[in-house]
Design a protein around this ligand. Structure first.
Ligand SMILES: [Fe+2]
Ligand SMILES: [Fe+2]
Length: 230
């Protein structure tokens, strides 16, 4: 049965609360180290950490743990924003098929949210204190994209996912070589985001103008730079 607009907004509010309270559960288990994490080309294999060792946090130096924590906090914020964007875009479209595509992508992104949240805890670090702000900002951007029409909205998904994929590649260069667990999570997220971009393009997403893409990169830069610390 088709949900009413009020029902859909209430569901959206519930997702927001769950996202911000940390009450999310992954459907897929967190990726195992050694299964998909590419090794850093410039680093030798970490001593004392066997592939498949899921909790290598204890073997990291304090400095490495701090860096991993900061990078995984940024990635967690990215997934908070992904929830907000997909929820808003699902609410904005009048097409039930597109609404279902956006909602199911959001469900898949919950795995990323839960994995990064759990990894932050293993590293003894915390999520961003500004998550409600990130969520609210991303939600408004998602609504705006949705109001410009379905093909623009899908084009926005394509561009966002591509930028996230590129950003995650950068994190694979920066994450400590010994942090196999974080690297496995980021590598899996990177391949999932690439698939999301392909799906949105196949569904009819159009290319966005260069100034819009540049503005999106700038907004992401503000978010990632701030979330590294706060
Ligand atoms: Fe994601
Ligand atoms: Fe994604």
């Amino acid at each position: 049965m088709e949900m009413s607009l009020v029902d859909r907004w209430l569901c959206g509010a519930e997702v927001a609360l769950r996202t911000l309270s940390g009450g999310v559960r992954a459907e897929r288990p967190a990726p195992l180290p050694g299964a998909s994490a590419p090794a850093r080309a410039d680093a030798a294999g970490p001593a004392g950490v066997a592939p498949g060792d899921g909790d290598a946090a204890a073997s990291l130096s304090a400095e490495e743990r701090r860096l991993s924590g900061a990078l995984m906090r940024v990635n967690h914020v990215g997934e908070v924003c992904a929830q907000a964007l997909y929820q808003a875009q699902a609410l904005a479209t009048a097409d039930p098929a597109l609404r279902e595509q956006m909602s199911s992508a959001a469900r898949e992104e919950i795995d990323h949210l839960a994995w990064t949240q759990a990894r932050l805890a293993e590293l003894g670090d915390r999520p961003s204190l500004l998550n409600p702000v990130w969520y609210g900002g991303a939600f408004l951007i998602g609504l705006a994209a949705g109001r410009l029409g379905d093909r623009v909205s899908l084009g926005f998904v394509v561009e966002t996912e591509r930028q996230v994929e590129h950003h995650l590649a950068g994190h694979l260069d920066r994450l400590p070589a010994a942090d196999l667990a974080s690297r496995a999570i980021v590598a899996q997220m990177q391949s999932d985001e690439a698939a999301h971009a392909v799906a949105a393009q196949a569904a009819g997403g159009i290319g966005l103008p260069a100034p819009v893409r540049a503005a999106m990169r700038l907004a992401a830069k503000v978010m990632t730079t701030t979330a590294h610390r706060i």
